[in-house]
Design a protein around this ligand. Structure first.
Ligand code: NAD
Ligand code: UDP
Length: 308
């Protein structure tokens, strides 16, 4: 199998590349290094089944490929809001380019969509039938609406061109190889705690998220790609829900930090609650996450200790 992983030098992408190489697949990692880094994949470079291409998916590319995992897109609010127009282009023009590549190669393509397609959800927990509650003109829209259009494009390429697509909706995922300055909550809190700096809580910390460890996600991605007859969309996330305050307390306790809490303004459109209903993934993929938050945090804290 020749497999293309776009965004392969990023946090999730680098774990996926590693996983696929362990499955003896031939992996082509494509990345423009906006938020990804060569460090994330340096340990894979000596593997003869691994290739690296510096490329931006907003420009078309011609290569021969059997499977495509499309992960190229900045994922942290700090990064996707840095250049919102580029973020939208990535999920629209970039998506069309990658779907075009899949069409030409008759390749199977898995799109990394997101729980953000549910926006600030009015249903809880969120299942795949829920259409979402997304502000089309807010500061998160470049990402949320971009990913929604990307899903639409996948479905229309399927209906119009019979393309073999799969859509996964990833919920908040964390683990080693997140960037220190990634800006998402888990890495922020751990880095702050390891420096005994205040942990920055946006709002009052009562908003919730459900945190999935990266190895669970990668397992689910592989299962979704390598089965027949089910194209999704399917939620991949850990249904254990925590408030941001609970997360902060856990990180302080686990690191033994002397950090206090510093409250900052809640960014606009920040979803209040988020938790995946994973019944569909259980039924169709026999998949569910196995790593508890404490265990995943322990590994992630160890990783960041080595980065300080
Ligand atoms: P990340 O920022 O670490 O990885 C994104 C990668 O894509 C980076 O390596 C970046 O350099 C690359 N990239 C960005 N724009 C590109 C472009 N135009 N051309 C080529 N490469 C480009 O983030 P991540 O957490 O690893 O996220 C990976 C994918 O998973 C993203 O598509 C994201 O939307 C999706 N996702 C992640 C989460 C999460 O909690 N981590 C949740 C939902 C969805
Ligand atoms: N958050 C926080 N402090 C931080 C970073 C994030 O309180 O230093 C909050 C943020 O407002 C949100 C939650 O943590 O309510 C998760 O944020 P993240 O950026 O990790 O992911 P997303 O909002 O995209 O789910």
């Amino acid at each position: 199998m020749r497999v293309l992983v776009t965004g392969g030098a990023g946090f999730i992408g680098s774990h996926l590349c590693e996983y696929l190489l362990n499955k003896e697949e031939e992996v082509i990692c494509l990345d423009n290094f906006f938020t990804g880094s060569k460090k994330n994949i340096a340990h894979l470079m000596s593997n003869s089944n691994f290739e690296l291409i510096r490329h931006d998916i907003v420009k078309p590319i011609t290569i021969e490929i059997d499977h495509i995992y499309n992960l190229a897109c900045p994922a942290s609010p700090v990064h996707y809001q840095y250049n919102p127009l580029k973020t939208i282009k990535c999920s629209t023009v970039g998506m069309v380019n990658i779907l075009g590549l899949a069409k030409r190669c008759k390749a199977r393509i898995l799109q990394a969509s997101t729980s953000e397609v549910y926006g600030d959800p009015l249903e809880h927990p969120q299942n795949e039938k829920y259409w979402g509650h997304v502000n089309p003109i807010g500061i998160r829209s470049c990402y949320d609406e971009g990913k929604r259009v990307a899903e639409t494009l996948c479905m229309d390429y399927k209906r119009q061109n019979n393309l073999d697509i799969r859509i996964i909706r990833i919920f908040n995922t964390y683990g080693p190889r997140m960037q220190k300055d990634d800006g998402r909550v888990v890495s922020n809190f751990i880095v702050q705690a390891l420096q005994n700096k205040p942990l920055t809580i946006y709002g009052e910390g009562q908003q919730t998220r459900s945190f999935q460890y990266v190895s669970d996600l990668v397992e689910g991605m592989y299962k979704m790609m390598n089965q027949d007859g089910f194209y999704g969309p399917v939620n991949l996330g850990n249904p254990d829900e925590f408030s941001i305050m609970e997360l902060a307390e856990k990180v302080i306790e686990m690191t033994g930090a002397k950090s206090k809490i510093e409250y900052k303004e809640l960014p606009s459109d920040d979803p209040q609650r988020r938790r995946p209903d994973i019944s569909l993934a259980k039924e169709k993929l026999s998949w569910q996450p196995v790593v508890k938050l404490e265990d995943g945090l322990k590994k992630t804290i160890e990783y960041f200790k080595g980065q300080m």
